[in-house]
Design a protein around this ligand. Structure first.
Ligand code: DAH
Length: 352
């Protein structure tokens, strides 16, 4: 047995001397000092030895094991040093080379305009309020004074995500940010139902409609909703606020006009146009020769909507508006196709 141990040691050391790289080092370690190596096997065979032999063999086996471990550690050192020396000699780093430019991402054009608008509204005292994308028919239509089967619903083809479990209150993707008006009013009026606080919020978010995708319409798009509710808010406040917004957005000389319109949740309702900044009002293809560009819908909050939000319409009035940042981006940059927004073509995105 003792001779066998000498033999094991000798053979292992010979093999170790031939090891040149880290992968073979590990293979050697497993084969020669690992759990099922020859030395370790000697330990497990000790039970079969006589009483006299046992301490001698045990001691010898320990010596061999220690010797092999030590030789292994030395070999590891040698190989690592050699590898380092080799890489220092061969791999020269030219630190005078210019670095590779880091390609930085940028904000999406729709995000840039969205943020700019929210910035302007913030300066005017409108705080951001966010509301959910998945809505109920009640919030998206009913509470906003769209009666069931009212033809105004057809202005907005909805994407329902409901198989009819909820009867006449199905779940849908919001078709506009206006349901956020109800959510905000209900949240604020619940804090103090007798004396609800006045409101000035800007409500950005994605909206969804079941539409054929064309150069002019997309199934999803951003809107920013504005809502002001208080005790003495008049139509003059609406006009002043929105005209001021247009000047901050399109320049001090931006001229606006209001055209009477209809939305179920406002009365009276108006659409606001800015004078075409491409032709200065003379008429061109961008404004379709009208000299004006429509940029938002607005109106005085309908008494029924105030009531549904928990605000007593005998005491409170308010105005609201809704606009599409992407439409304004298209006008500002003379984009002729809305599909560029979600097309994810970097050649388009890189221009912003
Ligand atoms: N929700 C309307 C739409 O999506 C836009 C709108 C019009 C919002 C008038 C308003 C408003 O708050 O007062 O077409």
């Amino acid at each position: 047995m003792l001779e066998k141990l000498d033999e094991i040691e000798k053979k292992a050391l010979e093999l170790l001397a031939m090891v040149e790289d880290e992968a073979s080092l590990e293979a050697w370690r497993i084969a020669n000092i690992g759990r099922s190596s020859a030395v370790m096997n000697v330990f497990s065979q000790m039970g079969g030895l006589s009483k006299e032999e046992r301490p001698l063999v045990g001691q010898k086996a320990n010596q061999v094991k220690t010797a092999l471990e030590k030789a292994f550690a030395e070999r590891v050192e040698t190989i690592k040093t050699a590898a380092l020396a080799k890489s220092l000699a061969n791999e020269k780093l030219d630190i005078t080379l210019p670095g590779r430019p880091v390609r930085r991402g940028g904000l999406h054009p729709a995000t840039i305009v969205l943020r700019r608008m929210l910035g302007i509204l913030a300066e005017m005292g409108f705080q951001v309020y966010t509301s959910r994308d998945v809505e109920t028919d009640e919030m998206n239509f009913q509470a906003l004074n769209f009666p069931p089967h009212h033809p105004a619903r057809e202005m907005q083809d909805s994407l329902y995500i409901d198989a009819g479990e909820r009867g006449d209150n199905p779940v849908l993707l919001r078709t506009h940010t206006s349901p956020g008006q109800i959510r905000a009013m209900r949240e604020f009026s619940a804090e103090n139902p007798e004396n609800p606080p006045s409101i000035r919020i800007a409500l950005p978010g994605m909206c969804y409609r079941y539409e054929q995708i064309t150069a002019r319409s997309e199934v999803q798009f951003y809107q920013i909703e504005g809502l002001a509710v208080g005790e003495n808010i008049t139509y003059g406040d609406l006009k002043g606020t929105l005209a001021d917004f247009a000047r901050r957005m399109f320049g001090l000389n931006a001229k606006v006009r209001f055209r009477a319109s209809y939305f179920p949740f406002t009365e009276p309702s108006a659409e606001m146009d800015v004078e075409c900044f491409v032709c200065g009002g003379k008429g061109c293809p961008v404004c379709k020769n009208s000299g004006w560009l429509e940029i938002l819908g607005s109106g005085m909050v309908h008494p029924v909507v105030l009531q549904n939000g928990g605000y007593d319409p005998r005491r409170f009035t308010g105005f609201a508006f809704g606009m599409g940042p992407q439409r304004q981006t298209m006008l500002l940059h003379r984009m002729n196709d809305i599909r560029y927004f979600w097309g994810n073509d970097v050649r388009f995105l890189n221009q912003f």
